[in-house]
Ligand binder design. Structure first.
Ligand code: B12
Length: 454
């Protein structure tokens, strides 16, 4: 049996003005280039639990046109997509099926909209693929592929049993980073979050030994890897943080991850984090205003609770030599058009090394989507191509949709202005030199190298 693993790939922005502007902003291009070439960890993971006698081919599908050239000798094509490329994935699926290939679709979008996916696929997988993939492959082999595979109620994949992703299926030189999961989920429940909390509730870590095994496997294929931890919140539990960092310290890698501001509560661990090769943490600050963050975390209003300390927390993290990529969501219900200047001022005051601004996006399956739909505030409730995080598809409360669109463009132009980016970076390194942190010169050289790609 031969299976084609198809990753819908690349990044998307629909707004032509923003797309054109983005291409001229080195600070924006830089991050896009880095992330645009990440492989699909989902498919590599499923490959890792596929029986050895099945032949596997991993292909990245940049757009629908690329589907013309896909092989047709596959017995099964397994497509992974997020929402923004769901319609493209459906077109690819339609074309493959016309040519006689059986198609299965899985991932966050298929989990939220399984019936829609089934209009274009022979079978759909809901939830974590590890729970049903082996059965699906056996069923297909036996000629009894079911239309839908879902976990049993309450069933959660045990990360201690995580399969080793088949990194060897990749042409490694095409990638500048590889991804590794160290934890799945998040203890917080933000109403707009469209990541792994859509698959399972709560937060659970992968045993540190398994993480290290994956790093060793990558090292066998790539001698100086840069690792992006594909977690939603790596350090949600401080009790586990030290063990993971100690283990990473011995690995000689550089890494990047997503977490929350609470890591600033552990200054001793921040030093260890830097020593272990952490170069950047991405943190959702969401809004510089208390009204903006109020109510977005649904369990304990956590983002509001931490808001007053957010600025100081970012500064504490950066003072340990770890750059912060602070993320802001524009168009939140509590914000007005004053938010654009407020974000700029926050970034300037704090000296944020890197910044990401996106617009509030109603992804299907999220509490936000259900609420805005009820309130009649989604502009087009099937325009999945607008789910890019940069395109406006809702009626904001505190300004018009047009004002939000224009505000995002203007703010991006200001934040990614090369002189502003340079001044924040110089400030970061000046501060580290003043604090006499070891290794600053080397870190500065690495960044200079990383930013000379355009
Ligand atoms: C790495 C990454 C990327 C890579 C993806 C590479 C690839 N081809 O897969 C790149 C850089 C290309 C990328 C692009 C984009 N991304 Co992105 N990305 C991530 C990131 C950081 C990690 C995702 C990951 O690897 N998770 C780990 C894997 C194992 O989980 P998983 O994909 O959900 O897979 C599991 C299940 O869903 C299921 N499964 C998945 N696919 C399949 C397929 C089959 C056949 C089966 C059986 C099961 C199955 O099994 C897997 C194991 O349990 C997340 C943020 C985060 N922290 O999670 C954002 C995230 C996934 N991205 C997001 C977005 C918005 C985008 C872009 C639209 C950005 C843009 N403007 O272009 C594009 C869309 C690309 C697309 N294909 O549609 C959103 C998606 C929300 C959504 N529900 O759609 C996220 C959650 C970030 C966010 N802020 O909300 N991204």
């Amino acid at each position: 049996m031969k299976i084609g693993l198809l990753a819908m790939s690349g990044v998307r922005i629909v707004d032509p003005e923003l797309a054109a502007l983005g291409l001229n902003l080195p600070g924006f291009v830089e991050r896009s280039q880095v992330i645009a070439s990440l492989p699909s960890l989902a498919l590599l993971t499923l490959a890792g639990m596929t029986p050895d006698d099945v032949e596997l081919e991993y292909v990245e599908v940049a757009d629908v046109k690329a589907a013309e050239d896909l092989p047709t000798d596959w017995d099964l094509a397994a497509i992974s997509t997020y929402t923004a490329q769901a319609k493209e994935a459906y077109e690819v699926a339609d074309r493959l099926r016309e040519r006689g290939v059986t198609v299965v679709i899985g991932g966050l979008h298929a989990t939220a909209c399984p019936d829609e996916a089934l209009e274009h696929a022979d079978s759909v997988v809901v939830g974590e693929g590890e729970l049903t993939w082996a059965r699906l492959v056996e069923d297909h082999r036996a000629g009894r592929l079911a239309r839908r595979y879902s976990p049993r109620p309450g069933e959660i994949h045990d990360l201690a049993e995580a399969p080793m992703p088949r990194f060897d299926l990749l042409e490694i030189p095409h990638y500048n980073r590889l991804t590794v999961t160290t934890a799945r989920g998040c203890p917080h429940r933000c109403d707009f979050c469209a990541a792994s909390p859509l698959l399972t509730p709560g937060w659970r870590p992968k045993p540190v030994e398994r993480v290290i095994d994956e790093l060793h496997r990558i090292r066998e294929l790539w001698d100086r890897p840069f690792i992006e931890l594909a977690d939603d919140n790596t350090f949600a539990d401080p009790r586990r943080m030290e063990g993971l960092l100690m283990a990473l310290r011995g690995e000689g890698i550089k890494w990047f991850t997503e977490t929350d501001v609470s890591i600033a509560d552990h200054p001793d661990l921040l030093d260890l984090m830097r020593e272990s090769g952490c170069r950047q943490v991405l943190i959702g600050i969401e809004s510089p205003t208390a009204a903006g963050v109020d109510g977005i975390e649904l369990r304990r209003n956590w983002k509001r609770q931490r808001h007053d300390d957010a600025e100081a927390a970012v500064q504490r993290i950066q003072s340990h030599g770890i750059t912060v990529n602070g993320c802001f969501v524009l168009g939140l219900d509590g914000d007005t058009e004053e938010v654009f200047d407020a974000v700029h001022d926050f970034v300037d005051r704090v000296g944020l090394f890197e910044v990401q601004v996106t617009v509030l996006t109603p992804f299907p399956g999220t509490p936000l989507f259900a609420r805005l739909l009820r309130e009649g505030r989604i502009l087009d409730d099937t325009a999945w191509e607008m789910c890019t995080l940069f395109d406006v598809n809702h009626e904001p409360l505190g300004m018009s949709a047009d004002r939000l669109r224009q505000g995002l463009r203007d703010l991006m132009a200001r934040l990614y202005d090369p002189a502003f980016v340079r001044s924040r970076r110089e400030r970061f390194f000046r501060e580290l030199r003043r604090r006499r942190l070891p290794g600053v010169e080397q870190q500065e050289r690495e960044w200079a190298h990383a930013t000379s790609v355009d």
